[in-house]
Design a protein around this ligand. Sequence first.
Ligand code: ADP
Length: 342
Amino acid sequence: WADVVITALRDRAGKLVGFGKVTRDLTERTRADAERQALEREREARREAEELNEEVRNQAAHLEEQAVELEALNEEMRLANEELDERTREAEAANRAKSDFLANMSHELRTPLNAILGYVELLTMGIPDPATEAQKEQMERIRGSGEHLATLIDDILDLARIEAGRVAVEHAHASLPGVVDTAISLLTPEVEAHGLTLARHCDDGAGIEFIGDALRVRQIVANLLSNAVKFTHQGGRITVSCDTARGPGPSAHLRRPGPWVRVRVEDTGIGIAPEQRETIFQPFVQVETGRTRTHGGTGLGLSISRDLARLMRGDITVESEPDRGSCFTLWLPGVGPGAAGE
Ligand code: ADP
């Protein structure tokens, strides 16, 4: 049995040797596979890195091109801006020259006109010789036309001065009812001549004061009143009121907070169509109806009035209904806490 055991053991040993060899072969092959895969991965990673590098290089080149284009564009824009500045300077100079010319021209026209009006007055007064009634009538017509021409010249002079920035307005305290009354008394003859009635609603006891230029405020109110007279049919009514207000109303261009005072000139006249309520404030603009032309004018009054109001840090607004009437409101900076009433 010893032989049998030895043979069995030898068999087993032989098998073990064979198994060991298979295991070694397997291990060898696994290692080789792993090395090959690692190499493959490395190659792949290198290829990807190279591709990435190439892309970065391309992007950098593209960016550089864009930077050059941007620089060229910047330069173009700088040149365009310079040209625009130059054109603006030229336009401003031309505008100043126009305003200066208008201001000088108006002044030159005013001087001989003053002489004409002065001599007509002397002749009417019978100097050097007494005039007949017929002559006086003719001279009254010369005077009327002369006054009209003087108003037109004054308007153009005002506009030119405002445009040239040569109008300085006072910012002084003044009584609103007092200034309104002066304007009313200037226009009363016209109101009566046109068969209109005029009502005044100003609380004299309230001591309503504004900050501005009394002469300019009188000019504005007189202009609004003159328009109300011109554009209201005989038998119509004009109402002038002055009061204080906290809010300036949505359409007014007022920057500072209240208090505000306002003068409202309301009429029962022909009114203004909605699409013309802004354009009538532009120089030389008149609503083109037969009635407007009948009443003449230059279309400068409202433009000048609003410019003056804004120079005094106020404004003019309008509400109107065609065939029912209009209401123009002059807003001015008020004085003291009493003005913040509304
Ligand atoms: P002008 O009175 O010399 O024509 P304005 O600038 O004062 O110039 O007015 C411009 C235009 O606005 C007038 O021609 C008229 O058409 C219109 N307008 C002004 N005030 C009134 C008003 N109270 N009622 C109707 N229309 C008016």
